[in-house]
Design a protein around this ligand. Structure first.
Ligand SMILES: Nc1ncnc2c1ncn2[C@@H]1O[C@H](COP(=O)(O)OP(=O)(O)OP(=O)(O)O)[C@@H](O)[C@H]1O
Length: 257
């Protein structure tokens, strides 16, 4: 029986590229985990262990060779609109305004212009870009563009948000600012999220649990609960917190780098 309680659940996921061929690659194998309601789960692992491929499978962009992904108890391919994702590259359309970019997913869904503009303007105002509704992405900073990309994800009101290294192209200050903002928005909007990251510090700062994958073929090595309150997760103060340092050492020693 599938537990409908979980926003997202994977069962025995494996992906093999070129199966049976000379260039067969098992990207990851037998990955089973649950994402709980209102939780941020981070996935970390050595380069090439299959994180991006796993992300694509969880997002329903690519089928697993073996196993299933369920979103609120429904197979992910039948759960359109319940999973939103945001990538490292913001993928904004340069010829469209901020408002039109935020409303893009709604437009694809066939939501009328007035309605989608209202949703876009509400998000733009709520998340600090009021006055930039008609600006083109090329005139914005990297951090502002990622904010727009995040609003575009939120506009569809998905239950589960997938974040694939969303801050890695940003400078350090913007990155820590956005980590806090995105964490707060996910918390306030009562979403659940999966964060794929190379950055252990980011995983500890943002996640309730961190799933460590082994070297390729990626398998779940360990899932570590990060027992820190929101007010302890200030990215600057956190660095000098001894518990942060302990988590960092634990995760670092478990990563097969
Ligand atoms: N389309 C494909 N065809 C064949 N092999 C592939 C394909 N896509 C990925 N792979 C291989 O699968 C393995 C996992 O790749 P993936 O990009 O998912 O890893 P990753 O953990 O995200 O890597 P990184 O941390 O470096 O971004 C790699 O060995 C990669 O070469």
């Amino acid at each position: 029986m599938v537990n409908k309680h979980y926003p997202l659940e994977t069962r025995g996921l494996s992906v093999t590229f070129n199966a049976g061929g000379e260039n067969e690659v098992v990207a990851f194998s037998d990955i089973t985990f649950t994402l709980k309601a209102d939780e941020i789960l981070a996935i970390v692992g050595p380069s090439g262990c299959g994180k991006s491929t796993l992300f694509n499978v969880i997002a329903g962009l690519q089928p697993a060779t073996v196993g299933e992904v369920f979103v609120n108890g429904t197979r992910v391919l039948d759960a359109k609109g319940q999973v939103g994702y945001m990538l490292q590259k913001d993928m904004l359309l340069p010829w469209r305004s901020v408002r039109e970019n935020v409303g893009l997913g709604l437009e694809i869904k066939g939501v009328p212009k007035e309605e989608r503009n209202a949703v876009a303007d509400r998000l733009i105002a709520a998340y600090g870009l009021k006055g930039f509704e008609n600006s083109k992405p090329g005139t914005l900073s990297g951090g502002m563009r990622q904010r727009v990309a995040f609003m575009r994800t939120l506009a569809l009101d998905p239950d589960v948000i997938l974040l694939d290294e969303p801050f890695s192209a940003l400078d350090f200050q913007t990155r820590i600012l956005l980590q806090g903002e995105v964490m707060d928005i996910i918390g306030k909007q009562r979403k659940s999220a999966i964060l794929v990251t190379h950055d252990i510090g980011e995983a500890i700062t943002m996640a309730d649990r961190v799933m460590i994958l082994s070297r390729r073929p990626g398998r779940v090595k360990q899932i570590v609960s990060i027992d820190l309150d929101r007010d302890e997760r200030d990215p600057v103060k956190l660095r000098s917190n001894t518990r942060y340092q302990e988590y960092f050492q634990l995760l670092w020693s478990e990563l097969d780098i």
